[in-house]
Design a binder for this molecule. Sequence first.
Ligand code: GAL
Length: 349
Amino acid sequence: MRLKNIFVICLLLILCITTTGCDLSDKKIVKIGVAMPTQTRQRWNQDGSNMERMLMEQGYKVDLEFANNEIELQLSQIRTMIDEGCKVIIITAVDANSLSEILDEAKSAGAKIISYDRLIMNTDAIDYYATFDNLAVGTMQGEYIEEKLDLKTGKGPYNLEITAGSVDDNNTIFFFEGAMEILRPYIQTGQLVVRSGQVNLKQCAIPHWKEDIAKERMTNIIKNYYDKNHLDVALCANDSTAFGVINALKAEGYGDENKKMPLITGQDADRKNMKMIISGEQTMSIFKDTRMLAEQVVVEGKEPETNDIGNYNNGVKIVPSFLVRPQFVDKSNYKEVLIDSGYYYENEF
Ligand code: GAL
């Protein structure tokens, strides 16, 4: 009941009337800010435009901004949203730890804050968090590897290298831990061998999920540790890091007749990675239906749902959350998952 009250109070979200004296039923005067991290990753363009479209369809004004992965730019975009009088600001942070002060200002100005996909840390100004089940993303990647390599029946040893996400993104820890919970026992038995020795998150992390940094790191690993050995599995946290890793491997002769591509994981089912899954360069990805996440935050006239009230502590409070279930996608099921569901058209690949 208490939780319900919190929502009714905090998440006057996009509801009709107001604690602030402003009549939200005249939607034309209500503006919603949507602050996305960057346009260089396909998904944030999609998430941003899905929300913009849904909000505009409901009659709201929308200020949609992309921050080019720059902290300062995101801060100034949020400041503008406050100055414009945005009643709700939906944010995917560039850096989870840099928004405390600006969000205090937003809260004092009466704006409601939704943390979108990535949890914003160290602030009590967030009212709601909508994301995918981030631990499940990692678990699915780990289980896919476990199953395809038949690790449960004792097969191996296989050489594995790990590429993780950006440490300023709280999701990275969940992705990494989810996958490592499955894979760590096999590293301990020696069925999986990490020749570089890089098994901690910090050693495997890729700042801002950048393709070229992932590429450079994998090139060094291959040159230093795989002169006489074959890399069998590359756990990559998402599609941009997988893209960098694939390019590094191709430049080192992988994909040629007698140097088979390793099993490579990803996340986001980006168009360009789906092409590589179909051509056999990448093995799988995790599909996050961004339409479902946008629907979760763009609710009109009803309380946003929660299904997780314990796992997402941002250092100041446990943030009421809704987790959307992701699913794996590979060559065997992509038509059913991505095309039959209307997410992509067949000719996009
Ligand atoms: C994460 C997000 C992933 C991926 C990554 C890179 O926060 O959950 O889906 O897109 O950022 O942008």
